[in-house]
Design a protein. Structure first.
Ligand code: ADP
Ligand code: MN
Ligand code: MN
Ligand code: MN
Length: 341
């Protein structure tokens, strides 16, 4: 009988930052379709999602794609992103995806995921010496050459497997700090965008295992130094923004974010006060500002939106590299939906 390997992936219940977990389910004669993925369960008492006395949590498959790397071993393999449910079928409190109100996929999201490749032996980014620091920031962004770009094999292979899996990666680049990289993923639909970011993170973690390199998602792994932190800028639009045709609509939507700074920061990733300092192309965590082409603002209006006659999207620059894209999207949608145009 034809067998397939399905990797069920979910987010654990750790606070303030949830991590990826996964386990393998073998299926006979699997169709490759989401509707043929059974609900499964796991021991929630081992992931901070349940108590030992009633430990079962449910895994509800919500996204599937091929796992091209694992399939190379011979048996067809798939990655199955799941929501976590309580035993009674209701959404678990750790389930950010279930809080997204985007019923008609009107919201489009492009996330720019930054991260550091991490030398686990010396606990520093790839490219850093065991003692001290490499040359200051400047040459690393979008660099080429062994002196400035570190870990290209890893990110190149990651990109290839993301594309083969069908993830909508739109680009990658070396970032401002040594050992820091970025990939961008875009999707028409908030849940799907979040699913794809999590699966891409999963593939990157696994690539790290293969190369013996850590993936550091922390937003400021080098602390209070002159080295950039990592963000996950959230670019977003809905029909209103895409067809606004006037500056006032953009102003109105941006201004709606001003009174709810705390609500947004609450889901924009742990330790963000270390990153949103007003330096390194960020706005301070307790301030709100927006502006055209302004990379020191909380929300940037991309110049292309203005050039297209005030039609386009916005970039919330505050979400950090360790934020949950589901929760980020859910909060942005809530704020934008509250605006009367
Ligand atoms: P930068 O580094 O200049 O901030 P990037 O090119 O890294 O910008 O990322 C821009 C992101 O914006 C891409 O992921 C892209 O998919 C996304 N984007 C473009 N148009 C839209 C749109 N209409 N709605 C949502 N996201 C969009
Ligand atoms: Mn970018
Ligand atoms: Mn970037
Ligand atoms: Mn950006």
């Amino acid at each position: 009988m034809a067998k397939a390997k399905l990797e069920y992936i979910w987010l654990d219940g750790y606070k303030p930052t949830q991590s990826l977990r996964s386990k393998t389910k073998i299926e006979n004669n699997f169709s490759g379709k989401l509707e043929d993925c059974d609900t499964w369960s796991f021991d929630g008492s081992s992931t901070e999602q349940a108590l030992g006395g009633s430990s079962d949590c449910l895994l509800k498959p919500v996204f599937i794609c091929p796992d091209p790397e694992r399939s190379k071993l011979g048996t067809p393999a798939y990655l199955v992103m799941c929501e976590v449910l309580n035993a009674d079928g209701t959404a678990h409190e750790s389930n950010g995806r279930a809080t997204i109100e985007d019923d008609d996929d009107d919201f489009w999201f492009g996330f720019e995921q930054e991260y550091f490749l991490w030398n686990l032996e010396i606990n520093k980014p790839l490219g850093f010496p065991a003692n001290g620091y490499p040359a200051p920031q400047g040459p690393y962004y979008c660099s080429v050459g062994a002196k400035n770009a570190y870990g290209r094999d890893i990110i190149e292979e990651h990109l290839e497997y993301c594309l083969q899996a069908g993830l909508n990666v739109e680009g990658i680049n070396a970032e401002v700090a040594a050992g820091q990289w970025e990939f961008q993923i875009f999707s028409k639909g908030a849940k799907d965008a979040g699913d794809q970011i999590w699966v891409a993170r999963y593939l990157l973690e696994r690539m790290g295992e293969k190369y013996g390199v850590g993936i550091n998602w922390h937003c400021k792994p080098l602390g209070d130094t002159d080295w950039n932190g990592s963000g996950m800028h959230a670019n977003f639009s809905n029909t209103i923004l895409r067809t606004a045709g006037k500056k006032e609509t953009f102003d109105k939507i941006c201004l709606a974010f001003a009174p709810v700074v705390a609500e947004h920061i609450a889901v924009y990733g742990a330790d963000n006060h270390l990153r949103l300092t007003g330096k390194h192309e960020t706005q301070s965590i307790d301030q709100f500002s927006y502006g055209v082409s302004d990379r020191g603002a909380s929300i940037r209006i991309p110049i292309v939106a203005v050039k297209k006659g005030w039609n386009g999207y916005l970039e919330d620059r505050r979400p950090n590299s360790a934020a949950d894209p589901y929760k980020v999207a859910a909060r942005i949608i809530k704020t934008v939906k509250g605006v009367e145009i």
